[in-house]
Design a protein around this ligand. Structure first.
Ligand code: FE2
Length: 289
């Protein structure tokens, strides 16, 4: 083989190797860009933010469809103390907040729903019908909460309270993959919410998590309403392996929950009555605005 032929072969080989690397890199870039595993990752049309309220260690989530001209957004589990931060973020990002929604009637903090409604006209409060709380929109198992072309599916997950729901990202060609879910207090990272007040029921919680959350694909990201150790997200697969309570048998789980001996929550008597009226703008004091 002549020198020129050897050189040509070498160049063709290099070209093919280079093309292969570019294709692989582009595949992994696309895959990573669809994983909402951090605080600001999403598909090209999903905006995803995880926000923290430090005193109650509550996570609030802001989602928006950026492909829609109005950038419609929803906020999950907002807290009254951090409403100004959330309003500023919504304004800076040019979003149109359509729903301020809760996973359940919280006992450890006052929801920011009423304040958000007052500060951002057009926002509607949303909670499950089974919660017994007042709101503009009530949802039930199987309903969809639409924002632009994206939606959250409502799954009833009672047991921590009677009205707990988990919001699961939609399934379909325009939706985010892997899916992700906001589990409220039904499932916490390596744990779960208590079941000794607000109509809590350990048997029911165990069945809710196993049938509605653990039935999702293992790669589904899970985002709880709280974490007290700095963890921010988990997956179905991870919790099915390492959740310290929900990996046990039903009887063992009920024994664990019965013997937690937790203190009465500090905010309970303030938070629960306030959150039962969470969507009522009239209840917001003008001094709070
Ligand atoms: Fe809770």
């Amino acid at each position: 083989m002549k020198f020129s032929q050897v050189a040509t072969c070498e160049w063709v080989g290099r070209f093919l190797r280079c093309t292969l690397h570019i294709l692989l890199a582009s595949f992994w870039f696309r895959k990573l860009s669809t994983m909402p595993g951090g605080s600001a990752v999403g598909t090209p049309n999903l905006l995803f933010r995880q926000l923290l309220e430090k005193e109650s260690s509550t996570y609030t989530y802001l989602l928006a469809d950026l492909s829609h001209p109005d950038k419609p957004a929803v906020i999950v589990d907002p807290v009254d103390r951090t409403v100004d931060r959330d309003v500023n973020l919504v304004k800076e990002l040019g979003l149109k907040l359509v729903y301020a929604m809760n996973t359940h009637v919280h006992a450890d903090h006052v929801t920011g729903t009423g304040l958000l409604k007052a500060k951002l006209p057009g926002v509607r409060s949303l909670i499950s019908k089974a919660s017994g709380a007042k709101a503009d929109v009530y949802v039930e198992h199987g309903d969809r909460v639409q924002y632009g072309s994206l939606f959250l599916e409502v799954r009833a997950t009672p047991g921590h309270t009677q009205g707990d729901v988990t919001y699961v990202s939609g399934e379909g060609p325009e939706q985010v993959s892997p899916r992700f879910a906001f589990t409220g207090d039904a499932l916490l990272i390596r744990g779960c919410g208590r079941t000794d007040f607000q109509g809590g029921d350990a048997d029911q919680l165990y069945k809710s998590v196993h049938s509605q959350i653990f039935s999702l694909p293992p790669e589904t990201f899970l985002y709880p309403a709280h974490d007290y150790k700095g963890l921010m997200a988990t997956t179905v697969g991870e919790e099915k392996l390492y959740n310290t309570r929900l990996t046990k048998s039903l009887e063992e789980f009920k024994t664990i929950m019965k013997n937690l001996n937790l203190a009465y929550p500090k905010m309970m008597d303030i938070a629960v009555p306030a959150n039962l009226k969470c969507g009522i703008q009239d209840d917001v004091s003008p001094s709070a605005l």
